[in-house]
Design a protein around this ligand. Structure first.
Ligand SMILES: O=C(O)[C@H](O)[C@@H](O)[C@H](O)[C@H](O)COP(=O)(O)O
Length: 251
């Protein structure tokens, strides 16, 4: 998948609560607009405090989303047993998906470590790639409408950490990670080529601890050093930041 040429859009909000509220409202609008334009929408959710808080806000303020016409994917998953509270999909279900009439067949969860593919994350990653392939065959245009991303202080997005094989992956859309520097070590993740197959990529980031990596990513750092720098949408790459996270950007 080639690099896209979409430009960075920067949006700054006074504090984390305002960032979460504004992002949730934009997310609802984006889903509704995609459903209006093509009949359904496809989104990729992210874990992390900001990503889950925004889902809670969407739960309480869902606008006119047609839940039956929504495909939900996950950007990464901690490869843990089903139901483990550390799993991103468990948190997303608790925050939003258990409370709205989504079609369970359209919520595309990555396998658990005690699931259908056993404890081998490589097989589980290949199974998720197959799920994406089946979906892609039915879809025209960019694979996902919006890919939400949080970012770690060293610039990781999904489970793509600096200087790893996963962040260097140029072809496969889904890979296993077995040595994540952030626990748990075993994960499944969408890669940069998968992220770049989204029409819009939204990086939702809060806090001073992220400011240096935000500035490096927006400034065009090599993705192998700052993975977020390689997260680009087809048409839009949108940084949604609180003031603290934006504090090292040029004004
Ligand atoms: O899988 C993980 O370990 C986390 O989910 C992680 O990738 C998180 O998304 C980012 O670190 C941003 O997290 P915050 O939004 O909490 O800062």
């Amino acid at each position: 998948m080639s690099e896209t040429s979409s430009r960075n859009e920067i949006h700054r909000f006074t504090d984390t609560a305002t960032l979460v509220r504004a992002t949730a409202e934009r997310f609802v609008d984006a889903v509704v607009a995609s459903q209006k334009a093509r009949g359904s929408a496809a989104v990729v959710l992210t874990g992390g405090g900001t990503g889950i808080a925004l889902l809670e806000h969407v739960r309480d303020n869902p606008g006119t989303i047609n839940w039956a016409a929504l495909d939900v994917f996950f950007g990464d998953e901690r490869f843990l047993p089903a139901g483990d509270p550390e799993r991103n999909e468990v948190q997303a279900h608790q925050a939003l998906l258990d409370h709205v009439p989504v079609d369970p067949a359209r919520v595309h969860v990555m396998a658990a470590s005690d699931g259908a593919y056993g404890s081998d994350p490589v097989t589980a990653a290949a199974a998720y790639a197959e799920v994406i392939d089946v979906f892609a065959a039915e879809r025209t245009g960019p694979l996902f409408d919006v890919h939400l991303l949080g970012m770690g202080g060293e610039g990781h997005v999904n489970s793509l950490f600096p200087q790893t094989d996963a962040v260097r992956e140029e072809h496969q859309y889904v890979v296993a990670v077995t040595d994540s520097p952030k626990p748990p070590p075993v994960r499944i993740t969408l890669t940069l080529p998968a992220i770049r197959s989204a029409n819009e990529v939204w990086l939702v980031v809060s806090g001073e601890a992220k400011a240096e990596a935000v500035a490096a990513a927006v400034g065009g750092a090599p993705p192998v050093e700052i993975p977020a720098a390689g997260a680009r949408g087809h048409t839009t790459t949108r940084w949604l930041l609180d003031q603290a996270a934006a504090s090292q950007l040029p004004t």
